[in-house]
Design a binder for this molecule. Structure first.
Ligand code: C2E
Ligand code: CA
Ligand code: CA
Length: 533
């Protein structure tokens, strides 16, 4: 301690400087090589005899030790900082590469990986395959079961995809309810199809969350990834193919095919022609009879739009209604068809009801109710003879909004039918909460019902449900007397289908009224036993 206090007292800045020089000299010593440490020290002390070198030596020693500690400390600190920095970098990059909700890769990372794969392929290599998946019927999951179940469903979808893709496939959530799988290099085209089928099958299995069961589905677009492909273009193709799978009825996969692009161009010219056709009333209402089954007479007709294109011939409504929706023309199309129908129907011998189809996009149009009111007022057609047909998918997203719109329609004096029942959500909640008057059982359950036991059960179930809710039931797709016999036995009040008549132009409606099917064979007496309900 004494030494230290003396040292402190005598310590001057130049001591430090010299000490520093000395230390540097020591540090340099191994580099300078030839010099002898003690010789250097001896020379230095001789040159500075006025200094008290024993104290200086202690000082140097202490400084060296301090320096050593400081260096060790700094080194450890630096190492820790580097480790923390690396961990942060990894976390940030994981975040930037992964979807936070499901933990699978995000769109950016997926594209990066696929781009890398395309670049690594050589022209002679077999292609790799990408399956792009969009969930079907996912939107209503949130509104029916809440967002927590919605999120949990997406997480479970990601899990199922990971299981299906095993270790080899790369799974990503591209956003919303869209996922993608880059199939591994062992998959050829046939195996890619099988993988796509398995993905569709997996997602179609119910998801269970406690008491709740969620039913969704998936549509998949398949596309090849080849040497030098531009990944943005490949993803666009996959999206196109997925759109085709959706259009073909969902719950399936479709390959990308270059013809689809040509068809898309076609759609643009069709959309332009359609604009012209609507303006000239060339999209015309045809009428299919709706029959009271017990009384065996026509009580109404459904308006079905028909378009005969001058060059392309007849274009089915399944095609042009969608084009009208996509090109923002569905409102004017509906209005034109309804107006023509109301004008014609006013002259018919009997006051038949008119059933008017409103598509999903059309239902959301804020002009829908004012347009219908305008047509009713303009043509003088009695509102109580009009029935508006909506599908479940139009109302399922937001019951509150749907109810408001349906109430507005009802305030006009028209009735509401729920169309194509059984193909969508078959939601009891929708039936209970919305002011429907009628329910139309989709023809997929009706046509050929005699040979399909499960359809008999479904129709029977729908009818009792409808009776409980005081809804009148129409069976669509009655094609044979057997179909008619079954739906009659199952207590559907009304029927519609090719057995009675296909849609006919307005000037032939008069003939329908005579009811050429009046002498159809009667319902077989033994039916009760056959159905066994
Ligand atoms: P939808 O409302 O379900 O109309 C019934 C469809 O089933 C019609 O097809 C009709 O021709 C067909 N159909 C009727 N009976 C039978 C049968 O016994 N067997 C079979 N296999 N089919 C039968 P269409 O005319 O091709 O119309 C297809 C869909 O296009 C309609 O389905 C409807 O959703 C839509 N649509 C038709 N016209 C209009 C319209 O003016 N506006 C809107 N928004 N949609 C329309
Ligand atoms: Ca309909
Ligand atoms: Ca229908």
């Amino acid at each position: 301690m004494q030494v230290l206090s003396r040292l402190k007292a005598k310590l001057r800045w130049h001591h430090l400087v010299h000490g520093g020089i000395f230390l540097t000299a020591i540090a340099l010593f191994p580099i300078l090589g030839e010099l002898d440490l003690f010789e250097a020290f001896y020379d230095f002390s001789r040159a500075h005899e006025d200094w008290e070198l024993d104290e200086l030596a202690v000082l140097v020693l202490l400084l060296t030790v301090a320096l050593l500690f400081s260096v060790i400390y700094q080194a450890r600190h630096l190492r820790r900082m580097a480790r923390e920095k690396e961990a942060m970098r990894q976390a940030a990059s994981a975040k930037a590469r992964h979807d936070p909700m499901t933990g699978v890769l995000n769109r950016r990372a997926f594209k990066e990986i696929a781009r890398g794969v395309a670049q690594a392929l050589s022209p002679s290599d077999a292609p790799r395959y990408i399956a792009l998946m969009d969930l079907d019927k996912f939107n209503p999951v949130n509104s029916l079961h809440g967002h927590e179940i919605g999120d949990a469903t997406l997480q479970e979808v990601a899990e199922r995809l990971k299981l299906e893709a095993q270790a080899s496939g790369t799974v990503a959530r591209l956003g919303g309810d869209e996922f993608a799988v880059l199939l591994d290099e062992t998959a050829n085209a046939v195996q890619a199809e099988r993988a796509a089928q398995r993905l569709v099958h997996e997602i179609a299995q119910p998801f269970f969350f406690g008491e709740k069961a969620v039913f969704i589905g998936a549509s998949v677009g398949l596309v090849a990834l080849r040497y030098g492909d531009d990944i943005t273009e490949v993803m666009r193709r996959a999206d196109k193919a997925m759109g085709v799978a959706k259009a073909e009825g969902r719950g399936r996969f479709s390959w990308y095919d270059a013809d689809q692009d040509r068809q898309a161009m076609d759609r643009e010219t069709i959309a332009a022609d359609l604009r012209d056709a609507i303006a000239h009333d060339q999209v015309a209402p045809w009428f299919q009879p709706i029959v009271e089954i017990d009384a065996n007479h026509v009580s109404g007709v459904e308006i079905l739009a028909r378009w005969f294109h001058p060059e392309r011939g007849s274009i089915p409504p399944g095609v042009f209604i969608e084009i009208a929706e996509d090109s923002g023309q569905i409102g004017t199309l509906g209005l034109s068809v309804l107006r023509q129908a109301c004008v014609q129907a006013k002259d018919w011998a009997r006051p038949l009801t008119l059933s008017f189809n409103v598509s999903g996009v059309q239902f959301k149009d804020p002009n829908l109710v004012p347009s219908i009111r305008m047509v009713l007022e303009g043509t003088g057609f009695p509102p109580e003879r009009l029935i508006v047909e909506v599908t479940e998918s139009s109302v399922i997203d937001d019951f509150g909004e749907a109810r408001a719109k349906l109430e507005e329609l009802k305030a006009l004096g028209v009735a509401i039918a729920l169309d194509d029942f059984g193909t969508g959500y078959s939601s009891l909640t929708a039936l209970q909460n919305l002011p429907f008057d009628r329910l139309k059982i989709d023809r997929s359950f009706v046509t050929n019902i005699a040979k399909r036991a499960e359809c008999q059960k479904i129709v029977s179930g729908i009818v009792s449900l409808a009776q409980g809710l005081h809804l009148e039931v129409t069976a669509e797709g009655i094609e044979t007397v057997e179909d008619l016999a079954y739906v009659s036995y199952l207590q559907c009040q009304r029927g519609q289908g090719f057995l009675f008549e296909k849609a006919v132009p307005g000037d032939q409606v008069g003939e329908l009224l005579d009811g050429a099917w009046q002498d159809l064979p009667t319902v077989p007496v033994s039916l009760a036993k056959v159905v066994g309900t």
